[in-house]
Design a protein around this ligand. Structure first.
Ligand SMILES: [Zn+2]
Ligand SMILES: [Zn+2]
Length: 268
């Protein structure tokens, strides 16, 4: 499986997951034109788009959902609450409801969702598996990491986790106390420290990449996020790579090997 971050941050979030010519977008903070352009920038073709899976209805995650679904004639997938919140944007688009902890298959992608505590109608974190054993976990805008979310995200080859703010930069930054509380609360975002703790808890020998996503432009820096998460992962003996996703440029492509290919390599 190949993962490309189209862009990540408060101005738009989207990932392209690709497997054998099939493409699944996770979140759609950008329209079809930008998505195609950024994939081309990475030397990638868009391929056969099989769906757009959404984590929640905030504009930075859904703004381009209708545009992508119409251009590629594919379904939009999301929780009941998410689809209900954007139903006006999805007229005449095929919609597939994701039921929590019940896998849904679209093309070669097997999608499982788990409800999060973020301040949206029915936000979810996602895990996406393909037949060769690769599994990508997406945990952004999650508020807090719950036990069932951690269970769903175990054994990922690539973990995309929000690392939204540095705790000191948030406290000393430009936001009034009420906004600071919202960001740091259980319906807000994960700090670098919380992202590091979650990544460390989910660390296992098959974890190839940790991608830090949704960084605040005001209360974080790529260096601060990377350093905090790297320290937490080092204690767990993480031997993969940490990437920091950008807002204005794509990150990737990230090529995952997965269990099958690792076994083949070991077998010689
Ligand atoms: Zn959100
Ligand atoms: Zn967001």
């Amino acid at each position: 499986m190949r993962v490309t971050v189209i862009g990540s941050g408060s101005r738009g979030n989207s990932l392209a997951l690709q497997y054998r010519g099939q493409t699944l977008f996770v979140d759609a903070g950008f329209g079809a034109r930008t998505v195609v352009k950024r994939l081309e920038h990475c030397g990638l073709e868009t391929g056969n788009v099989v769906g757009v899976a959404l984590t929640h209805e905030h504009g930075d995650h859904v703004r381009g959902a209708g545009s992508i679904a119409r251009k590629f004639d594919c379904p939009v997938l999301g929780s009941d609450g998410t689809l209900g919140a954007i139903k006006d944007d999805l007229k005449e688009i095929v919609q597939t409801t994701l039921t929590a902890l019940t896998p849904t298959s679209v093309g070669p992608f097997r999608i499982t969702s788990c409800v999060t505590t973020h301040d949206a109608a029915e936000p979810v974190s996602l895990s996406i598996e393909v037949p060769n054993g690769c599994k990508v976990g997406v945990a952004q805008d999650i508020g807090r990491a719950t036990a069932s979310m951690k269970y769903m995200l175990r054994g990922t080859s690539c973990l995309v986790v929000e690392s939204n703010y540095d705790e000191i930069m948030l406290r000393s930054g430009p936001y009034p106390p009420s906004v600071q509380q919202r960001i740091a609360g259980s319906s807000g975002h994960l700090s670098n420290r919380a992202a590091g703790a979650l990544a460390a808890e989910l660390c296992h020998p098959g974890l190839e990449y940790v991608v830090l996503a949704h960084l605040s432009e005001r209360c974080n820096s790529p260096d601060a996020a990377r350093a905090t998460v790297a320290t937490a992962l080092k204690r767990r003996g993480f031997s993969g790579s940490i990437l920091v996703a950008g807002q204005t440029e794509p990150t990737g492509p990230i090529d995952l090997h997965g269990v099958d290919q690792q076994l083949e390599l070991e077998a010689g």
